[in-house]
Write a protein that binds this ligand. Structure first.
Ligand SMILES: Cc1cc2nc3c(=O)[nH]c(=O)nc-3n(C[C@H](O)[C@H](O)[C@H](O)COP(=O)(O)OP(=O)(O)OC[C@H]3O[C@@H](n4cnc5c(N)ncnc54)[C@H](O)[C@@H]3O)c2cc1C
Ligand SMILES: NC(=O)c1ccc[n+]([C@@H]2O[C@H](COP(=O)([O-])OP(=O)(O)OC[C@H]3O[C@@H](n4cnc5c(N)ncnc54)[C@H](O)[C@@H]3O)[C@@H](O)[C@H]2O)c1
Length: 450
């Protein structure tokens, strides 16, 4: 017999869970399914475990910055095994707790790989199900690579589960994952090398601040090589030989571990979307702005699996899921508001962006004031022994509104949250500067940064 739902959600990550609980709370019969233990990328294999490991790196780095300033950091080191146990203390209970919470909200939880068999029909572990609406929230996976020896790479999930951390680690790709992991690995005693094929890494971030981050990372032991790609990898008795091409010049690197940080793609591989009459492309499920499939009105998509204007980040996945759920419930066509979504690369210290890059503001014809500040010598950095920090705020001269904010420094992700509120709700820099902050705190730097 076929089970029938008002909504079936495929994928129990941040997007899927948000949509399932919202629709169930309105009385819909909702099923949610995952092929893996519940929790998705962010909680089990991404943001949360990553930032627990990063805490180890922060502590080491903070102690080193205070070396000779009252702290004896000699001999201080990360015990990788213990740090991993700390991580597992958070991640291990997630699947059980999440399922319990979903059931408490009235959501039926199912398990197994899910495949469309028709426009409103799926098979879950070979059992048929039917639903009036289906939400695809299947996330993303590492982009397939095709050079000889690519099978020797581990991915971000493997890295976050390493039982020991080897010394010579190479990261392919100069994006979020490589930078964050390399900053952890360097503080844990490894010698990470990041290979990026572009002229500059972290292209989505302000170039001047990226240069400062690369310099600060280099001081901490992170080697970034630009215009470099891997041509092949061979396994040897002492590890791997990575053959590289740097702007036409061949070279090789010896490594114990090679990590995939060369981008992620929507995970649609097991869905058989053609059977579901769901159009899809290289960026994910094709949806209208309001997240409904362009070809199958019963299907919606949200999060990393959906081809939308929002970047593949957790807060975006959640917002999209809530908007998709609301649109399904009300037969509405609301489009998510992606304005002023902040994003951070959690290196030590972090690099943050909200809104437009300088070139984007200029090419949009905005009359901007670029307010660049070197904060390295400020009290808040002196206090912790930090010698790197800078901000770049782009202000529309005509309206006094912030159109872009770029921050590199200790604790600046929290500053970005305040700036994001200001940008979203139209506060001018004058209004922001008239607000008092706890002193001394990172937030109390905001007025001077503006
Ligand atoms: C290492 C790493 C660090 C990150 N750090 C951050 C960060 O600090 N901040 C941030 O905002 N974002 C971060 N991200 C991005 C963030 O994790 C994702 O944007 C977010 O988790 C996407 O959520 P989602 O619900 O769309 O998909 P997911 O959380 O990936 O959930 C999709 C689920 O669908 C399941 N699934 C897939 N196919 C099927 C199928 N056919 N049948 C059944 N189930 C299926 C999967 O098993 C998975 O559990 C990070 C990502 C990575 C990889
Ligand atoms: N802190 C966060 O919010 C966070 C952290 C990790 C991941 N994420 C999300 O996950 C996504 C994927 O992360 P990612 O770091 O894998 O990708 P990314 O898109 O951030 O960076 C990939 C980088 O790899 C380079 N590259 C691609 N192919 C290459 C090749 N063959 N040789 C050399 N360089 C190559 C690209 O030029 C790019 O610089 C991100 O876009 C982000 O949305 C977010």
């Amino acid at each position: 017999m076929t089970d029938t739902y008002d909504l079936l959600v495929i994928g129990a990550g941040m997007a899927g869970v948000a949509a399932a609980t919202k629709t169930a709370s309105k009385g819909w019969r909702v099923g949610i399914v995952d092929a893996l233990p519940y929790g998705g990328t962010c909680a089990l294999r991404g943001c949360d475990p990553k930032k627990i490991l990063r805490r180890g790196a922060e502590v080491i780095d903070a102690a080193r910055l205070m070396g000779g300033k009252g702290i004896d950091s000699n001999g201080l080191s990360i015990n990788w095994e213990d740090l991993m146990k700390h991580k597992h203390g958070f991640t291990d209970p997630v699947p059980h707790n999440m399922e319990q919470d979903l059931r408490a909200h009235g959501v039926e939880t199912l398990h197994g790989p899910t495949t469309f068999t028709g426009p409103t029909q799926v098979d879950i572990a070979d059992k048929p199900y039917e639903a009036s609406k289906i939400l695809i929230a299947t996330g993303a996976v590492p982009r397939p690579l095709d050079f000889p020896g690519h099978e020797h790479l581990i991915d971000s999930s493997d890295f976050l589960n390493l039982e020991t951390l080897p010394r010579r680690i190479v990261f392919l790709g100069g994006g979020f994952i490589s930078f964050e992991f390399a900053h952890i690995a360097a503080r844990a005693g490894s010698t990470p090398i990041i290979l990026d094929r572009g002229a500059r890494p972290l292209k989505a971030f302000d170039a001047d601040l990226v240069d400062l981050l690369v310099k600060r990372g280099s001081d901490a032991g992170v080697d970034v090589r630009r215009r470099t790609s891997i041509t092949s990898i061979t396994k040897s008795s002492s590890g791997y030989t990575i053959h590289t091409d740097t702007a036409g010049t061949p070279d090789s690197i010896q490594a114990d571990l090679i990590v995939h940080g060369a981008g992620r793609v929507a995970e649609l591989s097991r869905l058989d979307l053609d059977a579901g009459q769901v159009a899809h492309g290289s960026h994910g499920v094709e949806v209208a702005g309001h997240l409904q499939s362009t070809t199958n009105p019963a299907v919606y998509a949200a999060g990393d699996a959906a081809d939308t204007a929002g970047p593949p980040l957790t807060p975006v996945a959640v917002i999209e899921a809530k908007v998709a759920a609301s649109n399904m419930l009300k037969s509405a066509t609301t489009v998510p508001d992606y304005a002023a979504t902040p994003t951070a690369v959690f290196t030590v210290p972090e690099l943050v962006r909200v809104g437009m890059l300088e070139q984007e503001a200029q090419s949009n014809g905005l009359n901007i004031d670029v307010r660049y500040t070197d904060t390295s010598g400020w009290y808040s950095n002196y206090r912790i022994g930090e010698t790197a920090g800078a901000t770049k705020i782009l202000v529309d001269k005509d309206t006094d509104l912030i159109v872009g904010a770029h921050l590199f420094g200790h604790g600046y992700a929290e500053l970005a949250n305040t700036i994001s509120v200001a940008m979203k709700h139209g506060l001018t820099t004058r209004q922001l500067k008239s607000t008092t902050a706890v002193y001394p705190s990172t937030g109390s730097d905001l007025g001077s940064i503006l």
